[in-house]
Design a protein around this ligand. Structure first.
Ligand SMILES: [Zn+2]
Length: 880
């Protein structure tokens, strides 16, 4: 699947969190759905004969079943009423052999006893029991071969996404058993035989090809060819009022299901969409040496789909809006569309043909899908600086978690699929791709391709772990890949690497920032050696505690040594003093945009480690911006500047620098050639403006008394301006909010604004009451609204007044996790803490953590991640 497309950090928020602060909106939707088992009882995980299985799908249960069950096949039929409120009626015949007759058989099914109409086995009624999330079949009813459990049931709607004119399944990661009885784990692959009974006039699609289509009265009965072996999370069907477009490419037929009513829009997009699928498929067949194995190839464009896409073999589901583009689509949107299609198509091999054993390795299929997609798509977009894009979209967010005391390994233990949501975050989405790129550098592209071909062939239609792949690749290199993988994948954190120029050589000394571990990382680096007029890149492999690089003969003595040259090396770098001094002066003179990007990322980390003063960082930014013409770098710098301004400067430093900052942003606004660049500058201005003149300008723009040439401000921009004016306590604050409220044409945006307004009130009692209202889960249902309100409540300009909300917010976190979407705890903490930098607030967080003895480890990590910049800023500012 593909989460929301990665975006560069935008300084649009009232105070941007660090560049890593962005979230994963699409995953939220997925992971929220995993929360159904919130109150699950914590029982010992071993399944003795008499103990009922725990709720959800535990690793112990999954292992036990994977050892016993063989030759698994599901014969499923569903009768889908036109009316979304009426239940879907289902029948499942589950056929299998088992090697274990010593214990009862546990099936997964969440809707409960009331939804089970009958269960029979071998034609006789079963004495089954329904417990939470499961159906238990007595062992006496089982045979070692040819078992057929026949279950009639009312399907649960939790994963059926039922809408007035259509429905679609979304079973990843373990949500099939919300709808029908099954073994809901990735390593029990089965053949699926499906029959659907749908209203007349509906279309339907599933993994297999349609083999039978019989209209009867006002209904239609459709059968599908038996599938290849699939895990439950890849089984899918959709039914409803869809249009179908068909095309042939290289002898293969493709079908596109959609609900788009704009005929021209479909016409404009469809050939390109078919082409992108065909070229991705063709590329992957060549790369892997394995033909596409899932028969027919359809895809379904679903309005407001939870993710960018989901890789059901034979029937990929996409979010319609990212595939059918408007005429005004930017190159970036085209690149994202091509990447999404290549990503999902790559999954046909990585994830679908070979599947992870357990969801602890879900990162693996995602990272390979991205990796392949980049190879497939990037060459077609030569105007984009792909290396810079990779650097800026991966390193800052990965560092934002990996530098904190709350970080975790890429590969984490997962005891129950109910908790699968806790695996997702920056480490999987941002650090894992960096690690994979390292792996390719270490092995070389050809050997990696050979290894992947062998791995896909060996495990096709089966399951494999990360370690299975590493074993295959280990034969292809002298490096100890197991040790490499241990440091990068199984352990948390990043190496601390110090560079020093020592005569004719440069030393790179690494250490483990985690006490008592002494881990050593191996990585490929490109060291940039330069002077003010020239620079050269020298490859280096960092190994062990100390690695030396001889300065190549013929090169002048470097004035700077950049270990992160090429945007490749990963770690916490301590530059040598001369280099740091040079870069703080000369960064704007560096010719290569990728080098500049790498220097910015490195200097920001140096600032957080207190080797660069925040005021110097801001000063450098203001000198560099007028000369920076690469939009990706402008976005990065503006995001850093806003973060430094609010978080790391003292109040008097802020007052001193404000006029220069606003001047720089306004001239950037004037100078910017594209509307997206103008919008980037304007957002940064809006979020950092503090001088009376600057605020007056913002107010004139909001009042439509002044226009910004080349920039069209839409309703959401006006709303943000109104809120930013209010939080600055302008004299007309209350009237501005009221007027803005009256301006809305869009009712959803108006409702959101009305929800947020009290958090901006001049009156403390109103703000208190707003915060108090969040204790009621009903008032937290619209999470983005809550987060926007919290950000303004805790705005740096009001931080002192908001300190008192911090402890109650921490106290609420356990409940927030229990009742909210999966990413809500992280975002709740970020919105609460990102406006603060005081010693008192830092102490409040530390006290809370010290007092909570048996606090859930995953929540502790979330707090430590969110509080990292607060801790650093408070220490820095109180040290003076
Ligand atoms: Zn994916």
């Amino acid at each position: 699947m593909r989460h929301s497309l990665s975006m560069l950090p935008s300084p649009a928020a009232s105070r941007p969190s660090s560049p890593g602060g962005r979230g994963f909106p699409l995953l939220i939707a997925l992971l929220a759905l995993l929360q159904y088992g919130c109150s699950r009882n914590v029982k010992p995980t071993e399944n003795t004969v008499n103990a009922d299985p725990e709720a959800g799908v535990s690793l112990a249960l999954a292992n036990e079943r994977a050892r016993a069950i063989e030759s698994l096949k599901y014969e499923l039929s569903f009768t889908i009423p036109a009316e979304a409120a009426e239940p879907v009626i289902g029948r499942a015949v589950i056929r299998f052999s088992t090697k274990d007759l010593t214990r009862p058989l546990v099936l997964d099914f969440s809707p409960g006893a009331d939804s089970i109409q009958s269960v029979s086995i071998a034609g006789r009624p079963s004495h089954f029991r329904a417990v939470k999330d499961h159906i238990i079949i007595p062992k006496e009813e089982l045979a070692s071969e040819d078992n057929a459990i026949d279950i009639a049931f009312k399907a649960g709607d939790g994963s059926l996404n039922r809408n007035p004119d259509f429905m679609y399944t979304l079973f990843v990661p373990a949500r099939a058993h919300l709808a029908f009885p099954c073994f809901d784990q990735p390593n029990l692959k089965a053949r699926f035989d499906l029959e659907l009974n749908v209203p007349h006039g509906w279309q339907a699609v599933s993994n297999g090809a349609e083999t039978f289509h019989e209209p009867a009265a006002d209904r239609v009965r459709i059968r599908y060819a038996e599938t290849q072996p699939l895990p439950t999370y890849l089984f899918a069907f959709a039914a409803g009022k869809f249009q179908i477009e068909t095309a042939e490419r290289n002898g293969r037929w493709y079908r596109m299901f959609h609900r788009e009513t704009d005929v021209k829009k479909v016409e404009r997009n469809k050939q390109a969409v078919f082409d992108l699928h065909a070229s991705s498929l063709d590329w992957l067949e060549k790369y892997t040496g394995i033909p596409y194995r899932f028969g027919k190839f359809d895809f379904v464009l679903i309005p407001s789909f939870q993710f960018g896409g989901m890789e059901h073999p034979g029937s990929i589901f996409y979010n319609a809006s990212s595939i059918l583009l408007d005429e005004s689509a930017t190159e970036n949107q085209m690149l994202n569309r091509a990447s999404t299609i290549a990503h999902e198509t790559s999954h046909m091999w990585f994830g679908d043909l070979v599947t992870m054993q357990w969801f602890n390795d879900v990162w693996m299929k995602e990272v390979f899908a991205n990796f392949m997609a980049a190879k497939i798509v990037n060459p077609a977009f030569p105007h984009v600086n792909h290396e810079l894009r990779f650097l800026l979209s991966n390193y800052p967010p990965a560092y934002a978690v990996d530098r904190t005391a709350g970080t975790h390994p890429i590969r984490q233990d997962l005891a129950n699929l109910d908790d699968a949501g806790s695996l997702y975050g920056n480490i999987i989405y941002d650090k894992a791709p960096i690690v994979m790129r390292q792996l390719e550098r270490i092995l070389g592209a050809d050997k990696l391709q050979d290894g992947l071909r062998l791995y896909l062939k060996e495990f096709q239609f089966g399951n494999a772990t990360w370690l299975d792949l590493i074993k295959v690749l280990d034969d292809r290199t002298d490096l100890d890949l197991m040790a490499w993988s241990h440091a990068w994948v199984e352990e948390a954190g990043r190496p601390s690497i110090r560079t020093a120029i020592e005569g004719d050589r440069i030393a790179f000394v690494q250490s483990d920032p985690q006490q008592g571990r002494s881990l050593r990382w191996t990585e490929k680096m490109e060291v940039l050696l330069g002077t003010s007029t020239t620079s050269s890149s020298v490859p280096l492999e960092l190994q062990g505690e100390r690695t030396e690089l001889m300065i190549p003969a013929g090169l002048p003595r470097p004035e700077f040594v950049l270990p992160t040259g090429g945007g490749l090396a990963y770690g916490d770098f301590t530059l040598d003093d001369a280099t740091r001094k040079f870069l703080l002066q000369q960064l704007p003179d560096l010719k290569d945009p990728l080098t500049r990007g790498a220097v910015w990322v490195t200097l920001w980390e140096e600032m957080l480690d207190r080797r660069v003063r925040p005021a110097d960082f801001v000063d450098l930014s203001l000198r560099a911006l007028p000369r920076e013409d690469t939009e990706q770098n402008v976005q990065l710098v503006l995001s850093y500047v806003a973060d430094a301004f609010w978080g790391f400067l003292s109040e008097s430093q802020r007052r001193d620098v404000a006029p220069r900052l606003e001047q720089a942003l306004r001239s950037g606004l004037d100078r910017a050639a594209s509307s997206s660049m103008k919008s980037t500058y304007f957002s940064a201005f809006r979020s950092t403006v503090t001088t009376p003149e600057g605020i007056a300008f913002l107010e004139r723009v909001w009042r439509h008394q002044e226009k910004i040439p080349g920039l069209t401000l839409a309703e959401p921009d006006e709303a943000s301006m109104a809120l930013d004016l209010a939080v600055r306590s302008v004299p007309a604050a209350a009237a501005i909010l009221e007027e803005q409220r009256g301006r809305f044409m869009n009712p959803d945006r108006k409702a959101r604004f009305e929800f947020v307004m009290p958090a901006l009130s001049e009156r403390q009692e109103t703000r208190d009451a707003w915060f108090e209202s969040l204790r009621d889960v009903k008032n937290r249902r619209r999470e983005p609204w809550v987060l926007e309100g919290l950000q303004y409540l805790h705005h740096p300009l009001r931080a002192a007044l908001a300190e008192k909300y911090v402890r109650p917010s921490l106290d609420l976190l356990v409940e927030i996790q229990r009742t909210g979407d999966i990413f809500f705890p992280t975002r709740w903490m970020n919105a609460t803490l990102s406006g603060h930098n005081s010693r008192a607030t830092a102490d409040a967080v530390r006290d809370f953590l010290a007092q909570q003895k048996d606090y859930p480890i995953r929540l502790r990590r979330i707090i430590l991640q969110a509080a990292d910049e607060l801790f650093r800023a408070a220490d820095m500012l109180s040290a003076g």
